[in-house]
Design a protein around this ligand. Structure first.
Ligand code: IPM
Ligand code: MN
Length: 394
């Protein structure tokens, strides 16, 4: 038995209730591969603020980075944003925790596979006839560093007191007052990082036997002209067997309404990927089910975080849908080499849905004729019931 210690961020809102089950399921599944998972709590978010006076306590941050594998429940709660957050905007945990972890752990890419479940097609925001019977594969691999998210911080020291700061008003987010004449965010890409990322994206597409769709805005922006040239060169020289196409981000956005036209591995910049991946999840109906992982390919450091939000209005009710976290646990197991456990979790989720089990969110806006138990008197499962069920199906 191999023991692996994982940093656990239980998170805010309803995240801890969901993470509880995701951890139980991950531990049970990992044993199939002779892996014993130990979850060590490294609190972050508003729940940590209550205890430590910081949404990113230093001890938690350092330990999470040291352990190198983070299972992240999700942070953020408007209730706190509108109270403590007003006095201390720098404490808002979404950017504070996530961006710091991504940067310190050098998490170069972010995998967001959009898994389409036919049983949940009533939740998809696109017209049913746009999804072929055989389903759809959209695997987002988002570039997770640099770009407009990190430019100000990365170049902050370099540009201080220079003409750039005084003319262009480069500010950090928390210093913006609204009274400035002009404000900018620095967005940048480095060739070395882009090349490494693009090779990984091609390899991923190759492994899955899917085409690579590269998203950019090369018709307008320098960094995307740069991006497209690098993608084209690496594709031609190193991956001639992987079909490659380019899409401008605006047209890719429109194609999300006809998902079959974006079938493949989708490579996109940090900001583009942030925006497109939420829309893709909603288009295919899997927003509450989105799973996500962020990886440093050099060190193997990784963070696993469902994209599904913290459902603050459901905190303490045992009603949130834990499946996004549970599927994220599967990504974590696969990364840690527990491949049987990962597959078992994914199968168990499919079976639970096929058998007609649903949480409350899968009920919203639905067509009663399209799912098994979606009828009068339908009583959605609680977080713990769905968790228990998936655990028993492993
Ligand atoms: C995400 C989130 C984060 C991002 C925020 C909270 C920093 O929206 O992971 O998609 O924009 O990357
Ligand atoms: Mn996002």
């Amino acid at each position: 038995m191999k023991t692996i210690t994982v940093a656990l961020v239980p998170g805010d809102g309803a995240a801890p209730e969901m993470m509880d089950w995701a951890c139980k399921i991950a531990s049970a599944a990992a044993r199939k591969d002779d892996v014993e998972l130990v979850f060590e709590k490294t609190p972050m978010g508003w729940s940590a603020y209550e205890e430590f006076g910081d949404t990113l306590p230093k001890a938690s941050f350092d330990r999470a980075v040291e352990l190198g594998t983070v299972f992240f429940g999700g942070v953020g709660d408007p209730k706190f944003d509108n109270t403590i957050g007003l006095q201390h905007p720098e404490m808002k945990p979404e950017a504070r925790c996530l961006l710091a972890l991504r940067q310190r752990m050098k998490l170069l890419f972010n995998f967001r596979p959009m898994i389409y479940y036919p049983e949940l097609r009533h939740l998809a925001q696109v017209r049913p006839e746009t999804i072929p019977d055989e389903g759809i594969q959209q695997h987002f691999i988002r570039f997770l560093l640099e770009d407009s998210y990190f430019g100000n911080a990365d170049f902050g020291d370099t540009i201080k007191h220079t003409v750039l700061e005084s003319i262009l008003g480069v500010k950090s987010k928390n210093n913006v007052t609204g009274e400035e004449a002009i404000v900018t965010d620095i967005a940048y890409y480095r060739r070395e990082t882009i090349e490494k990322y693009i090779r990984a994206a091609f390899n991923y597409a190759k492994r899955l036997g899917l085409p690579l769709i590269s998203i950019d805005k090369a018709n307008v922006m320098a960094r995307y002209e740069f991006w497209r040239r690098i993608v084209t060169r690496i594709g031609k020289e190193e991956f001639p067997d992987v079909p490659l196409s380019h899409q401008y981000v605006d047209s890719a956005n429109a194609l999300l309404f006809t998902p079959a036209k974006l079938h493949g591995v989708i490579a996109c910049g940090n900001e583009h990927g942030d925006i497109l991946s939420d829309a893709a999840a909603a288009a295919l109906g899997s927003m509450g089910m989105m799973c996500s992982s962020a990886i440093n390919p050099d060190t193997g450091a990784a963070m696993f975080e469902s994209g599904a939000g913290t459902a603050p209005t459901l905190a303490g009710t045992d009603k949130a849908n834990p499946i996004g976290r549970i599927l994220t646990a599967a990504l974590m197991l696969r990364h840690l080499g527990a491949v049987k456990g990962a597959a078992a979790i994914e199968e168990a989720v499919k079976t639970a849905l096929k058998q007609g089990h649903r949480t409350g969110d899968m009920y919203v806006g639905g067509d009663p004729h399209q799912t098994l138990v979606y009828t009068k008197g339908f009583d959605p499962l609680h977080t713990s019931q769905m968790g228990q069920l998936i655990l028993s199906l492993l």
